[in-house]
Design a protein around this ligand. Structure first.
Ligand code: SAH
Ligand code: SF4
Ligand code: F3S
Length: 486
């Protein structure tokens, strides 16, 4: 999933992140009632759908990949850009005809659009029965049964505590090798362009013991890689006082000291050297040297950091309320290179055409990209979001044409950088984790190296879940090609 999003983003640039959807697997074909979930937006949303599937499974719902067979359809939605919301609106209109054919069908809008629009969604989209925000999924069984009685429902309560720590997700988005683990929810950063603090609420960290248990359980089931997810993983923090509040309260293993992200990484890395650890997203203001040293200490923590810069210009960064400047960011990148070396993958998110951005300021973004030499980026043009600080304070005054042209320049720059970074890998021997057959041919396998790059190899005797040593022999801007050497 992540790979598809990444490829599309690099090739087509903007918005792919927000348009991909995922149908569900036949998780429990015998169950009487069927749930169909489609997920949009970020990895956190995909991870939430797995929690939703688990809550519904306890009510006897199995998942289906065929929405025409479903009793309940959920769209887990994203509000990050206007286009993301439009995609969901279009999708809803496609469901109109099945609702006419099957009036008993329940249709729910979950996630960030539900949180942003609340009961307005029920007025605007007549076929919708339920509107449920990201912290209210435990209420889904009740709301669904009320909907079955013909009563529409809304729950968009945002919590300061909910982390779904005790819920064991149904792995819908997984290839059986790699899985997501949410380690925190919400965001307190208030970047001026961003809707997430409004749709996801206050930042809160999940009990580290429940995270380790989940990772250990996954490894026991044959998974080889976990990605720890949060909007800002570097501000993960669990303090001993929270032991008392935790659902997983067991006196004998209470946490005695404050756990920061570096400690959590270490706890997960210690589970087994055969379990790879990834994480996303790192905020440049928060990523500490301790995190970098912990990454260095453990071979099984992947050498890859998603460190979104958004803009390379100090005035724009200030308007964006990112709370770091260009020099701070570049100093963080130098530290990454110093501690983890040049092979550590670094990627970014970029916004083209933010309010009042001049040509010279846009060129600062391009020049910063040249200095950092990102391996890849997710690239967008600015989309004003109602209710955000930027929407209230600044005019969205860059024309769509200029935004698109600037975005195109950023994409072209990134394509050149990706190709040159990938060329640097040719001749190197790397360990990859095989994820399955390649899209093009079943004679080839697709894997990923530590730096999160996709590597295609001849199938040989290997299968998904294997670690393989390969020599990189060729590349494109999106992919490496390797030969097996063991
Ligand atoms: N927590 C992450 C970002 C989550 S949103 C971080 O701080 O880096 C993912 C990306 O969407 C952002 O990094 C930003 O590049 C983009 N984005 C967010 N709001 C946007 C908007 N209003 N218009 C365009 N892109 C936006
Ligand atoms: Fe949005 Fe900023 Fe929070 Fe990221 S850190 S989710 S961009 S407010
Ligand atoms: Fe979108 Fe919400 Fe994620 S707005 S990017 S689904 S947190």
């Amino acid at each position: 999933m992540e790979n598809i999003i990444k490829d599309i983003d690099i090739i087509n640039g903007a918005e792919a992140n927000a348009c991909d959807f995922q149908t569900t697997l036949e998780e429990n074909p015998e169950s009487a009632k069927k749930l169909y979930i489609e997920s949009y937006g970020c990895q956190m949303n995909f991870s939430d759908s797995e929690i939703v599937a688990s809550i519904m499974k306890d009510q006897g719902y199995g998942t289906t990949s065929d929405y025409t067979k479903a009793d309940v359809i959920f769209l887990n939605t994203c509000s990050i850009r206007d286009k993301a919301e439009l995609t969901v609106r279009k999708r809803l209109s496609q469901f109109n005809h099945i609702k006419t054919q099957n009036p008993d069908l329940t249709i729910g809008v979950l996630g960030c659009m539900a949180e942003r629009l609340k009961d307005k969604l029920l007025e605007e989209e007549k076929l919708v029965d339920l509107v449920v925000g990201p912290d209210a999924y435990r209420d889904l069984p009740k709301l669904v049964s009320e909907a079955e009685e013909g009563q529409k429902g809304v729950n968009t309560f945002l919590s300061r505590e909910e982390t779904y720590a005790d819920i064991s997700p149904v792995r819908l988005n997984s290839n059986g090798v790699s899985a997501f683990i949410s380690i925190m929810r919400g965001c307190d950063n208030m970047c001026s362009f961003c809707v997430v603090p409004f749709t996801r609420g206050r930042e809160r960290s999940r009990d580290p013991r429940s995270i380790v248990l989940e990772a250990r359980d996954l490894f026991g089931k044959g998974f080889k890689e976990v990605t720890l997810l949060g909007q800002n993983v570097d501000s993960y923090k669990w303090s001993p006082e929270e032991n008392n509040k935790a659902r997983l309260n067991k006196k004998e293993d209470s946490v005695e000291k404050i756990i920061h992200f570096a400690d959590l990484l270490e706890m997960v890395a210690e589970i087994d050297p055969g379990l790879r650890i990834r994480f996303s997203t790192s905020h440049p203001k928060d990523i500490t040297d301790e995190v970098l040293y912990t990454m260095k200490k453990y071979d099984n923590i992947c050498k890859y950091i998603h460190l979104p810069v958004q803009s390379g210009n100090d005035r724009i960064l200030k308007l964006m309320n990112r709370t770091y400047d260009r020099e701070w960011y570049l100093q963080r990148v130098r530290k990454i290179r110093e501690i983890l070396g040049d092979d550590c993958g670094i990627s970014s998110d970029m916004i083209a055409g933010f309010c009042s951005e001049t040509e010279a300021e846009h060129r600062d973004t391009l020049s910063l990209m040249d200095i950092v030499r990102y391996d890849f980026s997710y690239m967008f043009y600015y989309s004003e979001r109602p209710g955000t600080l930027a929407a209230k304070k600044y005019a969205d005054d860059i024309s769509p044409e200029v935004k698109k042209r600037r975005l195109q320049e950023i994409i072209e720059k990134q394509n050149q950088l990706s190709l040159s970074r990938n060329r640097q890998d040719i001749g190197k021997v790397q360990e990859i984790l095989v994820e399955g057959p390649s899209k093009r041919s079943d004679q080839q396998l697709k894997g990923r190296n530590s730096a999160n790059k996709v590597v295609i190899i001849p199938a040989g005797k290997f299968k998904k879940g294997d670690y393989v040593h390969v020599k990189i022999v060729d590349c494109s801007s999106a992919t490496l090609f390797g030969e097996i050497i063991d």
